[in-house]
Design a binder for this molecule. Structure first.
Ligand SMILES: Nc1ncnc2c1ncn2[C@@H]1O[C@H](COP(=O)(O)OP(=O)(O)OP(=O)(O)O)[C@@H](O)[C@H]1O
Length: 403
């Protein structure tokens, strides 16, 4: 991005300024430290010299014993080292206070996510075999449903977003969803369409529980999803989005990510990759399934990353599937192939599909049009076209663009 704007000089000068400020502060600290060190040494040597001259003359005059003078020399050393130590400690304390201030500013800027915090505490307890050490909110823990009920309800019940209001924590004054009501029917495909910025991806973030609604609730089979541990919930939801994040491990490990090694065999990984139309390009990579994909998958193209994410979702085999522009980085031929894999993947699962290209969602069981943080229209493709409202005009615009 910097290169595309010819901004190298500006970035380099910003970096230079930061480096210079750091260098200046380091030099200042060095000068102060060495001044302190030199001063203490000068004081020690001057004191010792004074002690030797004054004490020596007194000892030779017989007014002072050698033992007393030796004790004074010892005291001088002790006192100087103590003063030097105290000055150094004061310097370190300043650094510590600055760090504490920084840590506090980070901690106080974020509300603690209770469900995640308790979920982690529970896991720690389980792995240590410790129970009830008093740090875990027992009321919260006892309110959580078991993992099997989470999975059972997700396989059998509708998802309902009930009067959901939501603002992002960083922009709490702007309401993104204002009373959104939507049922995502169990085992069926619901598509969410609408103009850019309407709040479609925000709905996805709430379903994945990256955020919780400000008001209203999300339920599955009538049960508020907050009664499930976040980690349990993440097991029943698969998400493939526009820019899937891959981890800096091999292709195979990325496909099996999050699943226990003893559960996933290499054959299953290959099967999932074939179904996602990814096998061919993976075997053409230098080390096949063992090829490292680089930081965030940077060594692969956008379309290849999406196909790996689809294979990952296939292998995860969860009841709820969210596809947020899952095929947007594919060319038309690959999209058709991957769409077939996705159709196969969506069968029997509660699926929410977001796509700008309406041709990819016209076969959905229901299409919801999101506008200004609410559902403005709901129905099948044919019903919505017949109404002649927002959806119909979106279809007409895309048809015109195509022609
Ligand atoms: N993390 C965030 N913090 C603050 N505001 C955000 C955040 N993410 C999105 N928004 C805002 O929320 C609004 C809805 O964004 P969202 O991504 O849900 O829209 P969308 O319908 O998915 O758009 P698109 O089709 O372009 O992906 C936008 O106005 C956006 O600026």
């Amino acid at each position: 991005m910097v290169r595309s704007f010819g901004g190298e000089k500006r970035q380099i000068s910003m970096f230079d300024n930061l480096a210079l400020a750091f260098q200046n502060s380091g030099t200042k600290l060095g000068v102060l430290k060495s001044a302190n060190e030199s001063l203490t040494r000068v004081v020690v040597y001057v004191s010792l010299m004074a002690l030797y001259i004054l004490g020596g003359s007194k000892v030779s005059a017989g007014k002072l014993s050698v033992g007393t003078m030796a004790s004074f020399i010892g005291y001088t050393f002790t006192l100087t080292f103590a003063v030097q130590g105290a000055v150094n400690t004061l310097g370190d304390l300043r650094g510590t206070f600055a760090s504490i201030e920084r840590i506090n500013s980070i901690l106080s800027a974020k509300d603690i996510d209770d469900s995640l915090a308790y979920g982690l505490a529970k896991e720690l307890q389980d792995s240590n075999g410790v129970h009830g050490n008093g740090t875990v909110n027992k009321l919260y823990m006892s309110a959580l449903k078991s993992s099997s009920s989470c999975s059972n309800l997700a396989w059998s019940g509708d998802i309902h977003l009930e009067e959901v209001h939501f603002s992002y924590p960083m922009r709490s004054d702007v309401e993104i969803l204002n009373g959104l009501d939507l049922t995502i029917e169990c085992g069926k495909i619901t598509a969410l369409v609408g103009p850019s910025g309407a709040g479609k991806s925000t709905v996805v973030q709430l379903l994945a529980r990256y955020y919780e609604p400000t008001h209203g609730r999300v339920t599955v089979a009538g049960e508020d999803i907050r009664v499930f541990d976040k980690r349990e919930w993440s097991r029943v939801v698969s998400l493939v989005n526009q820019d899937p994040v891959l981890f800096s491990v091999s292709v195979g490990e990325n496909i099996a990510y999050g699943l226990p090694d003893d559960v996933v065999s290499k054959d299953e990984i290959i099967k999932a990759a074939k179904a996602a139309n990814a096998h061919e390009f993976i075997v053409s990579l230098p080390q096949g399934y063992d090829t490292l994909v680089g930081e965030r998958g940077s060594l692969l193209s956008g379309g290849q990353r999406q196909r790996i994410a689809i294979a990952r979702a296939l292998l995860k085999d969860s009841p709820i599937l969210i596809l947020d522009e899952a095929t947007s980085a594919l060319d038309t031929t690959s999209e058709r192939l991957v769409q077939e894999a996705l159709n196969h993947l969506m069968k029997g699962r509660t699926s929410l599909v977001i796509a700008h290209r309406l041709s990819t969602v016209q076969n959905a069981h229901r299409i919801a049009v999101c506008s200004d943080g609410k559902i403005a229209e709901l129905g099948t493709h044919a019903e919505l076209v017949a109404i002649g409202g927002r959806y119909a005009s979106l279809v007409a615009t895309q048809r015109l663009a195509f022609e």
